[in-house]
Design a protein around this ligand. Sequence first.
Ligand code: SF4
Length: 283
Amino acid sequence: MATACDMRKNVQGHPCFGGNHNKNGRIHLAVAPRCNIKCGYCTRRHDCANESRPGVTSKILTPREALARVREVKESPVLGPIIKVVGIAGPGDPLANEETFETFRLVGNEFPDLMLCMSTNGLLLPEKIDFLHNLGLHSLTVTLNTLDPEVGARIYGHILYHGRRYTGVEAARILIANQLAGIERAARHGMTIKVNTVLIPGINDDQVPLIGSKVRELGAFVMNIMPLIPQADLAHIVPPSPEALETIRTANEKIIGQFKHCRQCRADAVGLIGRDVKLAEAV
Ligand code: SF4
């Protein structure tokens, strides 16, 4: 029987998944402003803290404006040849915004060669994953900070789920169950999956190896352990030192591949990772 690894889509050309990130670029489309959960380290004044560079606020595009931006980039002599991936990573949670699906539909129809990529907190993943598969989603990032609802209750303020607001352990239990079910189903569809974990010293350190083992078993490809940026409800926590982060990543490497070149791209990034360009300069 084919395993999730055997079925995984080809990552050649995807700069975040082992494709040459010095040669292959991506464009992020900021079409998703709303979010359906409250992470303790998020202020919501800026782009989603699970994925984006701190302190950056992207301008929201409509799906039609997003398509126009992709056209512009593909026509650019500088960017056109290098852009291989179209991603939606916020500035809120892509799955809490219908505009995400419309944007993927428009871009996928006109540019079938571009890989579609998305980042999510995972709350709505089980109910949306088949639809995303049908839209041609290639790769997926899910932020998963704990497997333990008691720990989750210390990280998440609330979730908004099917018209209800949940808090505490109950909220975390729903969120974690959906994140895991979503990852498993995405892997069955052959998607390439990265799991982001925000390392919050004193809260989820012990969870990191457990998360690594679990998501590997479910079919994730790589894990990205990110240092906490102390703000909002978790402003009092001292973030991990670069050395502590490196130690944890090295230990975790024995469990699942570690993603170390993440630059926490903004939700409207375009170009090569770490070398974004202003669109006006490139077209
Ligand atoms: S998922 Fe992202 S935007 Fe939503 S609360 Fe968490 S960090 Fe903020």
